[in-house]
Design a protein around this ligand. Sequence first.
Ligand code: ATR
Length: 275
Amino acid sequence: MTDKYAVIGNPIDFSKSPLIHQSFAAQFGHAIEYTRILGEIGGFAARIDRFRAEGARGLNITAPFKRDAFAYATDLSESARRAGAVNCLKFEGARVSAENFDGVGLTRDITVNLGVPMRGRRMLVLGAGGAARGALLPFLAEQPAELVLVNRTLSKAAELGASFAGAGNLVVCGYAELADVTAPFDMVINATSASLRGELPPVPPSAFSGAALAYELAYAKGLTPFLGAARAAGVARLADGVGMLVEQAAEAFLWWRGLRPDTAPMIGHLTVPLA
Ligand code: ATR
């Protein structure tokens, strides 16, 4: 029987995961079935019970079901536990193993694909929602000199700071305090959802000065207000989250099937010019 996988979300029509996983499978001459599931809010567990009964091997999870997947799992990886959210499940009998590959995919895109090291560098991360939470552990594992996490709602940043205490040199603050930071950041990463609504987080232009990279987690949105502000402040290298999307898929494929696909062709295929 052909191995069955799917991605679940709501909405789900936009998802590139079927295309990405089919192209990975083709690299190895594998035939897999990979479909989209439009999930019903409140109906995650029943729908996935059914999918497993059909012999499914694995599942990717996108908004708004990452917490449902967390609750559904029987075995959580450390990244899933720390992120409080799950973007990938593996089914083996009664066992449902859970991972969150978003952060590791993002880290790999920045350090390997873009060739910008984090080790010993100063990083600024905007946002304290699910996306930022998922990225913190893999970022800190790279041992940046300092990671400053800034959020509009300070209590949420403080909560993240507390839950990652001891994992590395993490400092949290509000946007107003950024004006007082004098040491330049090597990279600025936008993990807020502001760009999805065409908004710009209130980051002062001075936060970009000296940065080698500005990275927007949203993808295929063109030159977002964040990337536009980074360019105006003189940041030479701009990137969006297309590489993160493909790299998290590659981590999932490796975990499910034991083979690491080449990501470059798919990143090239899905890249939309920023300007
Ligand atoms: P996600 O899972 O995509 O991270 P989320 O959990 O809803 O989404 O978190 C959204 C993040 O974007 C939050 O950090 C939010 O800041 P608040 O915690 O202060 O709400 C941030 N955000 C959204 N719009 C923003 C804006 N216009 N300016 C600054 N931060 C913004």
